[in-house]
Design a protein around this ligand. Sequence first.
Ligand code: SF4
Ligand code: SF4
Length: 381
Amino acid sequence: MGTQSQIEVPEISPMPFPAPLEAQPTPAPTSKKKLVRRTDHDYSQFARRAFQGAFLVLNAWLGSIFYLWVRQFEAGGVPSSMPRPAGVEGWLPIAGLMNLRYLLLSHHVPSVHPAAMFLLIAFLAISFLFRKAFCSWLCPVGTLSEYLWRVGQKLFGRNFRLPRWLDLSLRSLKYLLLGFFVWAVLSMASDELAAFMSSPYGIIADVRMLNFFRHVGETAAIVLGILVVASLFVQNFWCRYLCPYGALLGLTALASPTRIRRHAESCIDCAKCAKACPSALPVDKLITIKSAECTGCLECVAVCPAKDTLSLTLPKFPGQAPPPPQVPVWAMAAGIAILFFGVVGFAKTSGYWDSQVPRAIYQQLVPQADEAQHPMPSESN
Ligand code: SF4
Ligand code: SF4
């Protein structure tokens, strides 16, 4: 697994299942270094939660507008001129991937769900520059997952970590899912991609996604219930084990020039950082965190009591004396906002943001969205 090859994982003995976080052996201090206490006020978690809240509100707003837009077609009659909120295509990551490949192959901006592609580009850029920050700063599912494990922590006084063998096996699932989707997309030529996206099934993929949440079937409800319960016990269960989008962004983050870096000389080996890390990374044992699991949440930085010891850093420039330059929280927050609004703003102002689908087509397809058949490869040509 790419993750494990990037970090120096210390020898960890097998643990009983389920093993409470608190029951894990806290590494005994290996030194009696004097603590030089930090004096700065850490506002990373305030900034991160503000981004999470804003993105939740944005998604709720987009979802509401999109629901009303769908309802006008379902209600029959003459639909109003209400525009379709293309931002909902952030929920169509496969369409984003297909359209990105189409753009790279054909050098043309796709005409159906282009916003899915622009949002994917923005999130890839954010992940490249600021680790997998999309997951811990922006993603609504990541935010809900985080609040679920915090609720679980309050209810049960702890979260749980799976035994290492099971944790590793489950973590591979998201890469397998990602591998399947990437293989499917890479196996399609540009004309096949265009034909798929402009098929009835491709055009109303967003409506089908809405319908999935509006009319949750029994099986889906059971699966969602299991995920919610598991998320109460295990931190970020969905993100850690199952989300292929997070897997893609994590692999992108492996190439990131920024990483969490620990200054061993001033570190007092209190292990607070490792205990706070929702990705269960051994931050207190490593000098740099290169793992694809690091979400750039800065929880570890927020709890570190030692001055200038733990931070998100840029690489050292050649010939530059240590320490490497830090990325302040305000710069990370500004960078995420600039990349997001920059890419979306470019797509909107250049006229590439909205799908080029006539309203008459939507009028015909939206009321029967659930009946649209997945086009077979031969049909999409
Ligand atoms: S706590 Fe630190 S190491 Fe762990 S995921 Fe967040 S930023 Fe990365
Ligand atoms: S880097 Fe981690 S172990 Fe070292 S002082 Fe900070 S919180 Fe404690």
